[in-house]
Design a protein around this ligand. Structure first.
Ligand SMILES: C[S@@+](CC[C@H](N)C(=O)[O-])C[C@H]1O[C@@H](n2cnc3c(N)ncnc32)[C@H](O)[C@@H]1O
Length: 203
């Protein structure tokens, strides 16, 4: 079975488009088969974008698991002077996000494969609708990899469905040393606010 988180989806291309309308922006994005939620902007993504505080105006920001880019493009629209890294394992997603950013004139979006972010980059904000369906171990590994790269005052916001384990994820984050609280709760979604781990703040 094909998954949206495959590196190179073999599903035949079926181009489409979606619109994202938020109080502060209106974006039209190209989508395709083999990427996450190609028919409409995911409800969890929308809830994240409607509830998250404004991003820092400058510095490096991250959309972890960008898909075709609704989160990265919103971050870049709200913080036009910041550099927004949009990363994914799925090459089709990375390409779509790059094209969507270009069409929207958001030239500070860097849409790249997860292994292509320079190792020295640290993020003042991470926004993500994380790929829960890759499995708990893989997701924990992914979050450890990227949350460790928050700046000392950096904050991440993650949207997770309650029935996909938002409460246990929050517990796990706290156990690992990342202070995590519930920032918003709407229908079956929770938005978790995660601070940099005190142990990572020294460097
Ligand atoms: C729930 S989707 C969200 C996509 C997009 N941000 C949105 O809101 O429409 C999660 C994304 O994470 C990507 N992903 C899966 N494993 C990943 C990993 N290890 N590192 C980064 N991204 C990953 C998937 O390919 C998918 O595009």
């Amino acid at each position: 079975m094909a998954h949206y988180f495959e590196e190179r989806p073999e599903t035949a291309s079926r181009p489409g488009s979606v619109t994202l309308v938020l109080p502060d922006l209106h974006l039209r994005m190209e989508t395709d088969s083999g990427v996450f939620s190609p028919e409409r902007v995911d409800q969890g993504t929308r809830i994240l974008l409607e509830t998250v505080p404004p991003p820092p105006a400058e510095g490096d920001l991250l959309d972890l698991g960008c898909g075709y880019g609704p989160i990265a493009l919103t971050m870049a629209s709200r913080a036009p002077a910041a550099t927004v890294w949009a990363v994914d394992v799925n090459r089709r997603s990375v390409d779509l996000c790059a094209r969507n950013a270009q069409s929207a004139g958001l030239d500070k979006v860097r849409s790249v494969h997860v292994d292509e972010v320079p190792p020295e980059v640290r993020f003042r904000a991470i926004w993500s609708n994380p790929a829960i369906r890759i499995g708990k171990a893989a997701m924990h590994e992914m979050l450890t990899r990227w949350l460790s790269r928050l700046t000392p005052d950096g904050v991440a916001h993650l949207v997770v469905q309650k029935h996909l384990g938002s409460d246990s994820l929050q517990r796990w984050l706290n156990e690992q040393g990342w202070p995590a609280t519930r920032a918003a709760s709407r229908s079956s979604y929770r938005v978790l606010r995660v601070e940099a781990r005190p142990a990572d703040r020294k460097g």
